[in-house]
Design a protein around this ligand. Structure first.
Ligand code: HEC
Length: 134
């Protein structure tokens, strides 16, 4: 099959007078820059702060802070993102198992016998990404 319109050389011509003028270019650049800024802001999302519920803060203070705010215990410190990043990379499931069963000097359940799985997950997220102003 032949496409006659592809063969014909008539076609549309580009009218250079229709190219965007300087203000239009500046506006376009502005939009592109704004996009770049939003992109960078979007990338920073990974380091957003975890906002805990008052209940999570209370449980943290009652059960976890004894060790997780004292580096002599060998526990990853609350708010020490780097220390937690490495552990969180293992996956929440594995973290949950070590929290429930204990690990090294960490006693089973971090001694919080009333904490549910969801509460442990919130506590872990809080210690990983909460705002502890260290
Ligand atoms: C008696 C001290 C102590 C208490 C209380 C404690 N932890 Fe820990 N925790 C540790 C220590 C020490 C480690 C590091 C263990 C290791 O790496 O061998 C640890 C590590 C962890 C880890 C990382 C586990 C992993 O797989 O890397 C999590 C999660 C954790 N604790 C959660 C909690 C939570 C939640 C609480 C409060 C409910 C809590 N801990 C209370 C001492 C404690």
């Amino acid at each position: 099959m032949v496409f006659p319109n592809l063969l014909s050389s008539g076609g549309t011509r580009i009218h250079f007078t229709q190219l965007p003028t300087f203000p239009a270019c500046a506006a376009l650049l502005g939009v592109v820059l704004l996009g770049a800024v939003l992109l960078v802001a979007g990338c920073e999302k990974e380091t957003t702060t975890f906002i805990p519920t008052p209940g999570t803060v209370e449980q943290y203070q009652r059960y976890c802070s004894v060790c997780h705010s004292d580096k002599r215990t060998g526990a990853p410190l609350a708010g020490d993102r780097q220390a937690w990043d490495e552990r969180v990379d293992k996956g929440m499931q594995i973290m949950m198992t070590s929290t429930i069963e204990g690990m090294g000097n960490m006693p089973p359940l971090g001694l919080c016998f009333e904490c549910s799985r969801d509460e442990f997950e919130a506590l872990i997220n809080y210690m990983h990404a909460g705002d502890f102003e260290q």
